[in-house]
Write a protein that binds this ligand. Structure first.
Ligand SMILES: *[C@@H]1O[C@H](CO)[C@@H](O)[C@H](O)[C@H]1NC(C)=O
Ligand SMILES: *[C@@H]1O[C@H](CO)[C@@H](O)[C@H](O)[C@H]1NC(C)=O
Ligand SMILES: *[C@@H]1O[C@H](CO)[C@@H](O)[C@H](O)[C@H]1NC(C)=O
Ligand SMILES: CC(=O)N[C@H]1CO[C@H](CO)[C@@H](O)[C@@H]1O
Length: 312
């Protein structure tokens, strides 16, 4: 391994002291990951918030189970949930990154993750699209986003010189990296972007994140993939989950390399969650929290998501 995360080093050191020499370092092979819900446009009884099912399938496909983080949970409830789960995903969507229930939950999980990781309790976060934008606000404390012409377009990734240090892409096969750099395998569905110029203006962003790839809408270059230097925090402005699980838009690629992009991104993030050892206090509490208590609804005829989970 060329690069070891410093928090990861702390975890390994702890493990070395608690297991006999030569024994396997403890990992969690039953990871449970929280996915943030967000407000719907037209609330109805029982349908105040939703999670697009593609994010759930994305995580499940790599061996994780999912717990929904619904928007009405109190800070106490979410703090308790944080101590029970092994990572959190901030999905894409269309709510405010300043005032929504989604943004409140994201801010709490982000703060708790920084605290936990600083103490050697490895807790990963993946922000996708809106989740990437949310991470940008949480880290910089500023509204750095610019309008871009990037709704429904798939693009190749323009990898930066930093790619050799990347943790996120480290286990991607070489031929897939070549395809990612030359073929349009990453679907973009956003109207706001973090331009490279605005990233560079923010000292906090520059200190915190390594930029792994950029893209352009023809006018402005924007950051499309970033990972924190010292925390297991990752952001993609593109949608790794859509390639395998969403078919509603012609811009979503489904070639074999596109599907591998979904798989390797999911495996990377779920493997990060395997380094976290949080557990629910009882099997009953775990069972009650899992997304298996809800049924996805077919929404592909009326929305850009094939299936959604709805919540109160
Ligand atoms: C980010 O870029 C936009 C231009 O797209 C600009 O209006 C805005 O002020 C920039 N934000 C910062 C903090 O520089
Ligand atoms: C936006 O980008 C598309 C290509 O993805 C292009 O056809 C269209 O003209 C662009 N629109 C503007 C306003 O630049
Ligand atoms: C890729 O990024 C470099 C700078 O990092 C830039 O010079 C080049 O034009 C970009 N290519 C594309 C296709 O955006
Ligand atoms: C039970 C409850 O408090 N429901 C609220 C959850 O949040 C949505 C959106 O903010 C409200 O509309 C519900 O009333």
């Amino acid at each position: 391994m060329i690069y070891i995360h410093f928090v990861c080093v702390l975890t390994i050191v702890n493990a070395v002291f608690t297991v006999s020499p030569g024994a396997e370092i403890k990992t969690n092979d039953r990871p449970i990951i929280g996915v943030l819900a967000q407000e719907v446009y037209n609330p109805q009884p029982g349908r105040n918030s939703y999670i697009a099912a593609s994010y759930v399938k994305f995580l499940e496909s790599a061996g994780a189970r999912v717990v929904p983080v619904t928007i009405n949970k109190s800070e106490e409830e979410n703090t308790r949930l944080f101590k029970s789960i092994n990572g959190v995903l901030f999905p894409g969507g269309g709510v405010s990154i300043e005032t929504s229930g989604y943004s409140r939950a994201a801010a709490l999980f982000y703060r708790l993750a920084l605290e936990a990781n600083s103490k050697g309790d490895y807790f990963p976060i993946l922000g996708i699209c809106l989740g990437f934008e949310q991470l940008t606000l949480l880290t910089s404390g500023q509204l750095l986003l610019s309008h871009t012409n990037t709704s429904s377009i798939s693009l190749p990734l323009n990898f930066t010189d930093e790619i050799g240090h990347s943790r996120l892409f480290k286990d991607f096969p070489g031929d897939l990296m070549k395809s990612l750099a030359s073929e349009s395998l990453t679907e973009n569905s956003h109207q706001w972007s973090l331009t490279t110029a605005n990233f560079t203006k923010s000292e906090r962003m520059k200190k915190f994140y390594r930029v792994l790839s950029t893209n352009t809408d023809g006018q402005n270059e924007f950051v499309s993939t970033m990972e924190a230097y010292e925390f297991p925090i990752y952001g993609t402005q593109w949608h790794p989950e859509k390639n395998a699980f969403e078919f509603t838009r012609p811009s979503i690629p489904h070639t074999p390399s596109a599907i591998k992009t979904t798989s390797y991104t999911a495996q990377f993030f779920v493997n990060e969650a395997r380094k976290n050892l949080h557990t629910f206090s009882s099997t009953e509490e775990e069972q009650k929290a899992l997304i298996y208590n809800y049924n996805p609804v077919y929404t592909g005829t009326e929305s850009s998501f094939e299936q959604k989970y709805f919540f109160d």
